[in-house]
Design a protein. Structure first.
Length: 132
């Protein structure tokens, strides 16, 4: 019974985290594009688009993440542990992570372009920036 309860709590926690990640997937690109922090305004934008964002996020976030994790486990078994192998594993894990993060950022940028309102407004200039 305790194992079932722990498993259920874990699955529910993962579901909540996945939901929050889907709802906030656009805040980074929106902050960059509009040159102001845009966390909770993106929450409204994703409300009606979750059915489109979720399957795309599976292929650009979850699936690459599972592949990355699998490669790390295989690498760990192949290289063993200790000394230079640990440094090599850390380097390869970081390199692989960077490669698998890029599709997620690309997806967020494309979804932002498709659903963000008022894209015709020019971005605000950065503080301290003056046009010549």
């Amino acid at each position: 019974p305790a194992g079932l309860l722990v498993g259920l709590v874990s699955v529910l926690s993962l579901a909540v985290l996945a939901y929050l990640a889907l709802r906030l997937v656009l805040f980074g690109i929106a902050t960059f594009a509009r040159r102001e922090i845009r966390v909770f305004s993106t929450w409204r934008w994703t409300r009606e688009n979750l059915q489109v964002i979720a399957p795309i996020a599976f292929f650009t976030h979850l699936l690459p993440g599972l592949i990355w994790f699998s490669l790390i486990v295989l690498m760990d078994g192949a290289l063993g542990g200790g000394g230079p192998a640990t440094v090599l594993k850390a380097f390869l894990a970081t390199l692989l992570a960077a490669l698998f993060i890029l599709p997620g950022h690309g997806m967020a940028a494309r979804v932002y372009i498709a659903i963000a309102p008022n894209l015709s407004e020019p971005p605000k200039p950065s503080p301290g920036y003056e046009e010549a």
